[in-house]
Ligand binder design. Structure first.
Ligand SMILES: *Cc1c(COP(=O)(O)O)cnc(C)c1O
Length: 451
């Protein structure tokens, strides 16, 4: 009997475990959860969310002291009214990037002054709503948008605080970072081309804008700190040129999110304390070198807070052995797929997976976990070893699905999106219910007498 946890603790939420082969979160067993809430389902460990949110906020405050800005939770990783309330109670601020995310925050009574509004193409209606409700900051992404924000703010007789999103020419993904002078991306104003300086000047001259500082975000699932270091150095040098050429010292620097988490055995999650202590040093050195005052620094972690809090439970429907040139592979099909986890097909993302409802002494066999969509690319875990005796009705768990899982979920093939179940101290509750066929049909408009 294999009593060792089939998935390392670093890939699980802090209250998740395998006890006698059965996956459990905060005292609720996989079989109980599946029976009560059905599958597939996202199971979120509420206390773990609090822990990670507080860890990032405290690490920012402890490392930066009086130069600590806000720890913004990046809503796009996963937001719902309940999550917005958790973010609020942990003392974090909130980064939203559409009118829809903003409405969720407002429905949760999230304090608007702690909201930062992102996005590269905010509509007039979105900007008007944001200004009306009093969001703390709008991050401007183009000259057209600076003008749009200024016009709407002046029509309302309000001065709106804005940040200028800059591109420092650094792009970071997982183990690599790419440094160029110019970035061929849709976001932000290039520092190297002079566009960023022009944007700051436009903002400073605008009648109803207050330019608070600059923002950058260099990528996602960033391991290591080299990319951050270079972006901070270039942005500090940029702040120096703003001081010299626009005659104004900007005091805020938002250094984005992108802190990595562990999805599979070889990965390591960013340690909030370590990363922020490092970033403090990097900002301090760069500010001294550029001869500018130490800016107030904010961060925007999404994945690093919510990613590991959540695991997806699936039920096995079929198991098919496919013969290959060099052996065979078990295709294990579950009751979800690319509609609840697009990351594997979209980015070749890797996940861990384990049998969740029992122990098995069957030898492990080469397996692939697939969904039920009409696509060959509908793969949840490309290569894994699972017990050879998997059978219809078994439960599988894929941990670390909290970020960009439910938030990127779709209705492809008219599959209703799974619920999100919060578990704490042995009690489970639905925080986002399962979609139904009736929900999907409710969008249909079909006129009588037409065909
Ligand atoms: C996506 C995004 C984040 C969060 O990224 P994570 O990888 O989830 O930490 C933060 N800030 C901005 C501007 C983003 O676009």
């Amino acid at each position: 009997m294999n009593q060792k946890s089939p998935i390392e603790a670093k890939i699980l939420s802090s209250n998740a475990s395998f006890t006698e082969g059965e996956f459990a979160v905060a005292g609720m067993k996989a079989t109980e959860l599946a029976k009560e809430f059905g599958t597939p389902a996202f199971i979120i460990d509420e206390a773990d969310f609090d822990l990670r949110a507080n860890a990032f906020r405290q690490a920012l405050e402890n490392s930066f002291g009086e130069r600590a800005g806000a720890c913004y939770y990046a809503a796009k990783a996963f937001i719902s009214i309940e999550i917005a309330k958790w973010v609020e109670r942990a003392g974090l601020s909130l980064d939203v990037c559409t009118g829809g995310e903003l409405e969720v925050a407002l429905a949760a009574k999230f304090p608007p002054e702690r909201i930062e509004f992102h996005g590269n193409n905010k509509s007039e209606a979105e900007i008007a709503r944001a200004i009306e409700v009093g969001v703390g900051k709008i991050v401007a992404d183009s000259e057209i948008e600076l003008e749009r924000i200024n016009q709407i703010a002046s029509a309302k007789g309000i001065t709106q605080k804005v940040l200028i999103r800059v591109t420092p020419g650094v792009e970071a993904h997982t183990h690599q970072y790419i440094a160029t002078a110019h970035e061929d991306v849709k976001f932000g104003f290039s520092i190297a081309s002079g566009a960023a300086l022009r944007a700051v000047k436009i903002g400073l001259l605008a009648s109803n804008l207050e330019v608070g500082g600059v923002h950058f975000h260099i990528g996602s699932q960033i391991m290591g700190v080299e990319g951050f270091d270079l972006a901070i150095e270039r942005t500090s040098a940029f702040l120096k040129s703003v001081k010299e050429e626009a005659g104004q010292e900007l005091t805020e620097m938002v250094i984005g999110g992108g802190f990595a988490i562990a999805y599979v055995a070889g990965d390591e999650s960013s340690d909030a304390k370590e990363v922020l202590a490092h970033l403090f040093g990097a900002v301090k050195r760069s500010a001294e070198k550029a001869e500018i005052s130490m800016p107030r620094v904010s961060i925007e972690p999404g994945r690093a807070i919510v990613g590991l809090t959540t695991a997806t439970l699936y039920r096995v429907g079929t198991v098919k052995k496919v013969e290959l040139d060099n052996g065979s592979r078990n295709y294990v099909a579950v009751d979800g797929g690319m509609s609840d986890n697009i990351r594997t097909s979209l980015y070749d993302a890797e996940y861990s997976v384990a049998l969740a409802n029992r122990t098995s002494s069957a030898p492990l066999v080469a397996s692939r976990v697939v969904g039920k969509h009409c696509e060959s690319g509908d793969i949840i875990v490309r290569d894994c070893d699972l017990p050879g005796d998997l059978t219809p009705g078994d439960l599988l768990v894929t941990p670390a699905t909290g970020a960009y899982g439910r938030s990127m979920a779709s209705n492809y093939n008219h599959l209703p999106r799974p619920p999100v179940i919060a578990v704490r101290d042995g009690r489970a509750r639905v925080i986002l219910r399962r979609e139904t066929h009736a929900d999907l049909l409710s969008l249909e408009v079909s006129q009588e007498g037409q065909s």
